[in-house]
Design a binder for this molecule. Sequence first.
Ligand code: ATP
Ligand code: MG
Length: 173
Amino acid sequence: MKHRGFTLWFTGLSGSGKTTVSNRVHLRLQEMGVTNVEILDGEAVMRHLYDGHGFTREDVNRDTLRIGWVAHLLARNGVPSLVAAVSPFRESRDEVRSMVEHASGPGSFVEVHVDCPPEVCRERNPGGPAEDAGEPYEPPHHPEVLLKTDASTPDECAERVIEFLTEKGLVTP
Ligand SMILES: Nc1ncnc2c1ncn2[C@@H]1O[C@H](COP(=O)(O)OP(=O)(O)OP(=O)(O)O)[C@@H](O)[C@H]1O
Ligand SMILES: [Mg+2]
């Protein structure tokens, strides 16, 4: 199917559901014939793109920009990517937005706020990385898609994302 490159950027607290929803979106895209999709998430991103040197605001922003840089390379070559990264700070997410849109055109950066109360995130993942679920997190002011994962199922959330992509003509059913 015809589609152009874009970056689907899932941001939210640890345990909010970024990995879960993005994997479902990936499956749905494959069913729709969009098969050249990259997922930037998890172990591979940690190993290759995070420098692990520290957790200052500057360090975290630098990690966010590295993932964004890869996503923008993919997008400008017509490859959609699904990024699942806490990416807590607005300034670096906004910088990635500019980078992607500069390379692939307006509307090619789709910010998905995976929203869930910190106490629910912590319950979902006790003892895991979600112990930092109450860390400073700056929610997007105007995300393209807002998902409340404590109030809808993963499938419903994924469907909302697919509807948005279809409405905007980023994918064609
Ligand atoms: N609507 C929903 N969307 C996504 N996940 C949900 C939803 N409802 C319940 N969950 C559950 O919440 C958990 C979310 O975990 P997940 O690993 O996807 O979070 P994450 O945001 O990727 O965290 P991390 O930043 O630590 O990688 C899963 O166990 C999932 O089954
Ligand atoms: Mg995850």
